[in-house]
Design a protein around this ligand. Structure first.
Ligand SMILES: *[C@@H]1O[C@H](CO)[C@@H](O)[C@H](O)[C@H]1NC(C)=O
Length: 215
């Protein structure tokens, strides 16, 4: 009996340590992730303007949606073939490193989600990052909205714009934020594998969110 009481007190304490108020510890004035379901702005569609598989395109949606539009427009288009080609090119020139060093200067702060938030699967986010790396062009987000850059198997990358005008940062640069979040914001749990959830800000008043989502 004593043991049972002890165990239930122990579990109670653990449960309360996870019930952290959602908004605690967040800097004022930032559109930080407060809970699992809440994004700072309404969601609209990403616009992409650039080159995919040698085609100049203007398409809207997440990278997964754009891939399926591409296979309709250009039946020979194969996103995975692009990935393989790009990996070889990077190994030869080391060009990725130079790119990330140049662009790293305008990142500001990072906020990891509270324990118990809905995290993303690292493998799915890595795949989104790889695809985004070969989106050779601009990823557009309207004023004061969030767009879903990537979402597959319950794991999403969002781009949110705090400005009162639309912005079009380069897509591969957006991938580098998602990678930073994977490097910084693991969420451990007893039962499932480590998931990742966080938000990284840029000094140009936009931010990238990685988290779990319905897709
Ligand atoms: C994508 O969205 C832009 C801006 O809303 C619009 O002008 C354009 O026609 C759309 N393109 C496609 C292919 O739907």
């Amino acid at each position: 009996m004593k043991l049972i009481i002890f165990i239930s007190i122990f579990l109670g304490l653990l449960a309360s340590s996870f019930a952290v108020p959602a908004a605690s510890g967040l800097p004022y004035g930032l559109s930080a992730v407060r809970s699992v379901t809440e994004l700072p702005y309404p969601v609209s569609k990403m616009t992409f303007l650039g080159t995919l598989g040698g085609h100049d395109v203007q398409l809207n949606g997440s990278i997964e949606e754009i891939h399926s539009q591409m296979t309709v427009l250009h039946p020979e288009f194969d996103p995975d073939a692009l990935l393989a080609a790009k990996k070889l090119a990077i190994r030869d020139t080391g060009s990725e490193l130079i790119e990330s060093e140049l662009e790293g200067r305008s990142k500001s702060n990072m906020i990891c989600c509270n324990p118990g938030s809905w995290g993303a699967d690292p493998g799915r986010i890595e795949q989104g990052i790889d695809y985004l790396d070969h989106f050779n062009g601009l990823c557009g987000v309207p004023a004061r909205t969030c767009v879903r850059i990537s979402c597959s198997w319950g794991s999403a990358i969002y781009l949110c714009n705090d400005n009162y005008y639309g912005i079009t940062p380069t897509c591969p640069y957006m991938a580098s934020y998602a990678q930073d979040i994977l490097n910084t914001c693991p969420m451990y749990s007893w039962t499932v594998q480590t998931s990742y959830c966080g938000q990284e800000f840029d000094t140009d008043s936009y931010n990238i969110i990685v988290r779990g989502d319905n897709c």
